[in-house]
Design a protein around this ligand. Structure first.
Ligand code: GAL
Length: 982
């Protein structure tokens, strides 16, 4: 036969069964009716279909199924975002079309009499495939992430059989699967054969309704298709296995099962009833949550409660297995999501394997299940991204059938899962008649769930969400959302952010502003972070030490670099700091107000009393630095109510008058994890480090060496008159600082600095240096002061900053640094501004009183709180997969760094931002991968007025002005001490 189906839009599938609900019945008399075909297959890889056809030796080795062949040494590994990896030439694909030939033996032991059926299931294959059984062609299918089923009854025989599958990398389906991800290929989900008896149920839908007023529910079971004449009983069981109701049905039938004293399903209360459908030969078991979804009054209602979706976009991605997500991986992901207080998942950008939906039902997540459809590449045909070409596929009648096929394939098999609360028609496929029809089809297939789609703007401009149940956008700024949608009286639909807070690298900043709107506006029904996990490939053989690679690292000519490394957890699911930002912003309980000794908390949960899931841990720090810890259970803390706590009921009056801060943490009763916190700071702690008094200082200036020496009894300091640096410090005869200090405005650019970075580089911020014009030395009883008149300059450009740096050597040996600078208003905003100290890297022990334990920037500090934290310099820095700025802590007034003999202490009255890390910004600016960083023997300490915020400009809006370091004047003042440790 000619292998030409994969470039023929008229033949999307050959010999596949109609789409039907996903279920695997259990035979009455046997353990299973399933022949599992996952496992090792014989495999051969070919560079083209022609090469495959010419080959006499089809297989060369074994390959596990499920897997992607790219991560087993075959073919190119490629990451590309928007651009099509092949010429846009539908339905054709390149002649050089990599393909994989799979073959294996299997045994069939029939368990039924002759009138039976064998159904071969493929749950996911990328991108199209031909199937033979016992060397007879049985069919062809495509659409990578949907289940295809073949009736193979007349092809299999009892006993030994073989199955052969040819998978092609590119097909006409490739034009509809242009999602932003690694473009892997292969059989990446399960393959199995299910044997069915003659009298059988083929398809059914389950729908539920609830009556919250009287606490009843109904399960509507509509058996829509049967074979033969099945009689069946249907029983509904509660979680204890008690039968609530039982009914009988025959053939196609509609049964309505009523539940009194119903327990409703929600993400917070994932109570599942069991529906058991029993025929003479089989038992079909379904988990059913009683729930009803509705869009009304511009809000999303679940069981009569207006609900907010706190969501994550969840790709199938694993650093070792690519598209293959094991069940263990799903458990880990869902557990981590729960711990970060997420209640919703968007299956970006395709349906997941059935097991995921079963787990989402059990764990309790509101799922937006998306169709396997993205045609984003059309916007880049003629250069810059634009929407004028976005309808090339969406409006062309020849693509209607493949688009509608994808919608049907993504809804019909999955519509009995309770967790799915809305359908998404796909991602970034433009808008036109085909998508309008897709929306209609989704409604026809399932009238009980709202329909979502984001790119509802026509090529000629203008949004049109009229066929959809909500307005959806990705990455607008909070200001735009407010003005254009939330405050717009002409809009009657709710608003949802299907993507925001692009979590690439050190990210996301600015979450709070989005969440203030989410809380404030009932019509703002939810937001989904982009995205759950970083995509990268682990190329390390050492399990303990992963080495991650991203786009371009595999020699691809077309790639999008590290744009796939944009999750709130690492490829191996180590939470990033961004994960904790979400945990905090999603916390179930918040401190709503505080008045003297009364703390009032609000329960943001919709269905359960907060005290059923968490308790409050109060940590009270007194002004003398003592800490008291108390727990409180707030009994009867009902959803959407407030409760007040009087501190004196459990804390001594004497302590209450001495409070520095109160930290309240919300502790999960289930696993003791911290789900978030609130903090009240009354007065900061002060840190005094005792210093020895110097008798007097001697000041000497060496003009030829450009040095000013200040020496006391115990200490010796040197300053450079050309750079205004403190160049040497000797303390008790020991050299503690042997590298000059420098004023720094550069930070190692974060991924979110991607755009502003160009301006920073243009203005020479990285290599800007200090120019000294003049200096003056003033000696007094209090000490010696040297004031430098300076500017910060770089070749080619005007002065960036102008002002003074004053070093005041106090009589007690302390050095005070005082930096006063005016910024040239025409220069771009600064990454940071402050002084850098280069210590030897034996200064490892770090302690600080500031915002921690996470890196904290003015727009990315939700997870942190004010506290005294002890760490090490190495641990303070997180090497992002592409290295960048990390480890700064704002709102700090005290930092110490110790080696075994000496302590360097920084103190200030006005809080500063600091960083202490083992790598220079210069190294972090250039190195492309974390594993390529090298320790150069130094500890780099920066004491900054501040840093610009983090934002999400790698894909989101520009950094808001209020977070930019763009003031007219800056002032930094702190002291520096060198203490000998006994
Ligand atoms: C969106 C897209 C996502 C991803 C993201 C950037 O436009 O829907 O799939 O590409 O941008 O990481």
């Amino acid at each position: 036969m000619k292998l030409d189906l994969h470039y023929n839009l008229e033949q999307l599938h050959v010999n596949t069964l109609p789409y039907a609900a996903y279920f695997i019945p259990k035979p009455q008399q046997h353990n299973t009716s399933v022949t599992q075909l996952s496992g090792n297959w014989n495999f051969g890889f070919f560079n083209s279909v022609a090469e495959f056809e010419a080959s006499r030796h089809k297989v060369t080795q074994t390959l596990p199924v499920p897997s992607v062949w790219n991560l087993h040494g075959f073919d190119q590994t490629q990451y590309v975002n928007i651009k099509y990896p092949i010429p846009f030439d539908p339905p054709y694909v390149p002649e050089d079309n990599p393909c994989g030939y799979y073959e294996r033996n299997f045994t069939i032991d029939s368990i039924y009499d002759n009138d039976h059926q064998f159904v071969l299931n493929f749950d996911g294959v990328s991108s199209a495939y031909y199937v033979w059984i016992n060397n007879t062609f049985i069919g062809y299918s495509q659409v990578s992430r949907i289940a295809s089923r073949f009736d193979v009854t007349s092809f299999v025989q009892e006993g030994d059989n073989t199955i052969q599958v040819l998978v092609v990398k590119y097909s006409d389906g490739t034009y509809f699967e242009d999602q932003d991800m690694f473009r892997h290929s292969g059989i990446f989900r399960d393959v199995y054969i299910v044997e069915r008896p003659n009298n059988r149920i083929e398809d059914y839908t389950i729908q539920t309704t609830v009556d919250t007023a009287v606490q009843t529910g109904t399960v509507h079971l509509d058996v829509t298709q049967v074979n033969g004449k099945p009689d069946y009983t249907v029983a509904l069981l509660d979680q204890e296995g008690g039968v609530i109701t039982e009914q009988k049905g025959t053939n196609e039938d509609v049964l309505v099962l009523n539940v009194e004293d119903a327990v409703f399903w929600s993400a917070e209360t994932p109570y599942l009833y069991t529906l058991v459908i029993t025929t003479a030969d089989e038992v079909i078991t379904e988990q059913v949550g009683l729930r009803e979804v509705e869009i009304k009054d511009q809000q999303l209602w679940i069981n009569g409660k207006s609900v907010k979706l706190r969501g994550a976009n969840y790709h199938d991605s694993n650093p070792e297995t690519g598209y293959v997500l094991t069940e263990a991986q799903m458990h880990e992901d869902l557990t981590l999501m729960k711990q970060a207080n997420f209640n919703a998942i968007r299956t970006a950008h395709y349906p997941k394997a059935p097991r995921f939906y079963e787990l989402a039902d059990e764990y309790g997540f509101y799922v937006m299940s998306e169709a396997d459809l993205e045609t984003h590449g059309v916007v880049l045909f003629y250069g810059d991204e634009n929407t004028k070409d976005f309808n090339i596929i969406a409006d062309d009648p020849q693509y209607e059938a493949p688009i509608l096929d994808r919608i049907e394939a993504s809804i019909v098999p999955l519509r009995n899962f309770s967790s799915i609360i809305m359908w998404s028609l796909g991602n970034e496929s433009g808008y036109g008649v085909n998508i309008e029809k897709a929306a209609e089809l989704a409604k026809d297939l399932d009238a009980t769930r709202p329909v979502h789609y984001e790119s509802a703007f026509y090529a000629e401009g203008g949004e049109d969400f009229s066929k959809l149940d909500m307005i959806s956008r990705m990455y607008p700024s909070p200001e735009e959302i407010k003005e254009r949608y939330l405050d717009n009286q002409n809009i009657t639909q709710p608003f949802i952010l299907c993507e925001y807070a692009h979590a690439m690298g050190n990210s996301p900043g600015g979450l709070l502003e989005y969440h203030e709107l989410l809380e404030a506006y009932p019509s703002f029904i939810g937001a989904f972070v982009w995205e759950w996990c970083d995509h990268a490939v682990n190329i390390s053989q050492d399990e303990a030490q992963p080495v991650f690679r991203y786009g371009g690292d595999f020699g691809e000519d077309l790639h999008d670099g590290n744009f796939c490394v944009d999750g709130i957890v690492s490829p191996d699911r180590t939470p990033h700091e961004g994960y904790y930002e979400f945990q905090q912003v999603n916390r179930p309980v918040i401190l709503s107000h505080y008045d003297k000794q009364t703390l009032t908390f609000y329960n943001r949960l919709d269905f359960i009393d907060a005290n059923e899931v968490l308790q409050l841990r109060f940590t009270i720090t007194t002004l003398s630095g003592e800490q008291y810890e108390e727990y409180a259970d707030l009994t009867g803390f009902e959803p959407h109510t407030e409760i007040s706590v009087e501190l004196q009921t459990f804390i001594d009056e004497a302590i209450l008058n001495q409070i520095s801060d109160i930290l309240v943490e919300y502790i999960s009763l289930k696993d003791q994890t911290i789900l978030g916190h609130d903090q009240i700071v009354q007065e900061r702690l002060e840190f005094e480090t005792v210093t020895e008094h110097e008798a007097a200082y001697q000041v000497s200036v060496d003009d030829t060496a450009h040095t000013i020496h200040i020496s006391g009894e115990n200490s010796d300091y040197a300053f450079d008159t050309r750079t205004a640096s403190l160049t040497h410090v000797t303390q008790a005869g020991k050299l503690v600082l042997h590298e000059p200090t420098a004023i720094r405005i550069w930070r190692a650019p974060t991924d979110n600095d991607i755009n502003i970075r160009k301006q920073w580089e243009e203005m020479g911020y990285e290599h800007a240096h200090t120019r000294v014009y003049d200096y003056s030395i003033v000696e007094s009883e209090g000490g010696v002061s040297i004031q430098f008149q300076i500017s910060i300059v770089h070749k080619r450009v005007p002065k960036i900053l102008t002002g003074t740096l004053t070093w005041l050597v106090h009589a007690d040996g302390k050095i005070e640094a005082d930096l006063e600078l005016e910024k040239n208003a025409r220069m771009p905003f600064l990454p940071r501004l402050g002084l850098e100290f280069k210590l030897s890297n034996d200064y490892q022990k770090l302690a600080y009183y500031g915002h921690g334990p996470f890196s904290s920037y003015d727009d990315k500090q939700l997870a942190s709180h004010l506290g005294y934290f002890v760490s090490t310099v190495n641990d303070n820095f997180w090497p992002h997969i592409r290295p960048q700025e990390d480890g700064s802590h704002n709102n700090t007034t005290h930092v110490t760094l110790n080696n075994t003999t000496t302590q360097v202490a920084f103190n200030a009255e006005t809080p500063f931002s600091f960083n202490a890390k083992p790598y220079s910004d210069a190294q972090l600016t250039t190195v492309e991968h974390a594993d390529q960083l090298h320790l150069d023997g130094y500890t780099y300490v920066n004491i900054d007025v501040g840093q610009s915020g983090i934002g999400t400009n790698s894909c989101g809006p520009e950094l808001p002005e209020r977070y930019r370091m763009d003031d007219a004047e800056y002032h930094l003042n702190f002291t520096l001490q060198f203490n000998t440790l006994s």
